[in-house]
Design a protein around this ligand. Structure first.
Ligand code: PMP
Length: 284
């Protein structure tokens, strides 16, 4: 693969980042993953806007303009011949000359920008056909889940806990209510109504969430943004999650309780279809 590091396109084996990089030492970095379908970037605008917000919340600035960032995405897609997959982007605060908690002077330390591509089948997904089994797990991440940082150990631990008991993913629960999935937003469907938690610092504002809710509203589907518990989810007709790379992922079991008939539900399936169709219109 050809990857991008700080202005250069290089073979992945030649790309280097300092051991003093704050992304490496402190998780002081933000990221985005933009899906690619038919060689095009899905909802780049949404990812760009969220990236700018994440940077702002952390008093960081991008080392290139957002237009340049789009060009870098496109060039990597082309160089690596990505028809379907994604582009990973990370901006860390950069490499200080030592380890310190305080942010370094942005005049002296420039942010580190890294991008690489991933080839993956996204449209045809065995997971989507089958549906996921999820477990619930007590929330253990930090309190600024609205910022998309690379501090992802909580998510990794949650996924490992799910795999350990033969499940596919985990939903975090805080004060009795579902916050979100390990790397996705969480939804339930009851009597045709789509229920998902309202945005706050407790969850990431998914780019796919925003798009799916918009498409659902356009399709005259009912939406309620509110808190819900695992018990309510287990008693729902269906459940699903959304993310940039999995789109709409049906969920068929929560903590061992099957939802509906235990197969992907009609609302989740329909939303996946609508998303795939509409998302292509957002492709650049
Ligand atoms: N929540 C978390 C914790 C995530 O990691 C992700 C995936 N980045 C999402 C939600 C979904 O966001 P998006 O739709 O922008 O991929």
């Amino acid at each position: 693969r050809t990857v991008y590091v700080n202005g250069e396109y290089l073979p992945e084996t030649e790309a280097k980042v300092s051991i003093f990089d704050r992304g490496f030492l402190m998780g002081d970095a933000v990221y985005e993953v933009t899906s690619v379908l038919d060689g095009k970037l899905i909802d780049f605008e949404g990812h760009k806007n969220r990236l700018e917000r994440s940077l702002k919340e952390l008093d960081m600035t991008a080392p290139v303009t957002m237009d340049e960032l789009l060009e870098i995405h496109r060039k990597l897609v082309e160089l690596n011949d990505i028809d379907e997959g994604g582009v990973y982007l990370q901006i860390s605060r950069g490499a200080d000359d030592d380890r310190a908690f305080e942010y370094p002077d942005p005049e002296k330390v420039k942010p580190t920008l890294v991008l690489f591509t991933q080839k993956k089948n996204l449209r045809n997904s065995a997971s989507a056909d089958k549906g996921y089994k999820v477990i619930s797990i007590e929330e253990m991440r930090w309190a600024r889940r609205d910022i998309k940082t690379v501090q992802l150990l909580g998510a990794s631990m949650a996924k490992m806990a799910a795999h350990k008991v033969g499940c596919d993913d985990a939903w975090f629960v805080e004060d009795g209510y579902v916050t979100e999935g390990s790397s996705n937003n969480a939804y339930i469907v009851k009597d045709g109504k789509i229920i998902t938690r309202q945005l706050s610092n407790k969850l990431l504002a998914g780019i796919t969430r925003a798009a799916v809710l918009r498409f659902a509203a356009e399709a005259q589907m009912q939406i309620e943004e509110r808190l819900f518990t695992i018990e309510e989810a287990q008693a729902a007709d269906e459940a699903f999650s959304t993310s940039a790379t999995a789109f709409v992922q049906p969920i068929v079991e929560i903590d061992g309780a099957a939802l509906g008939d235990g197969t992907p539900g009609p609302v989740a399936k329909r939303l996946r279809e609508i998303y795939l169709e509409e998302a292509m219109k957002l492709a650049v």
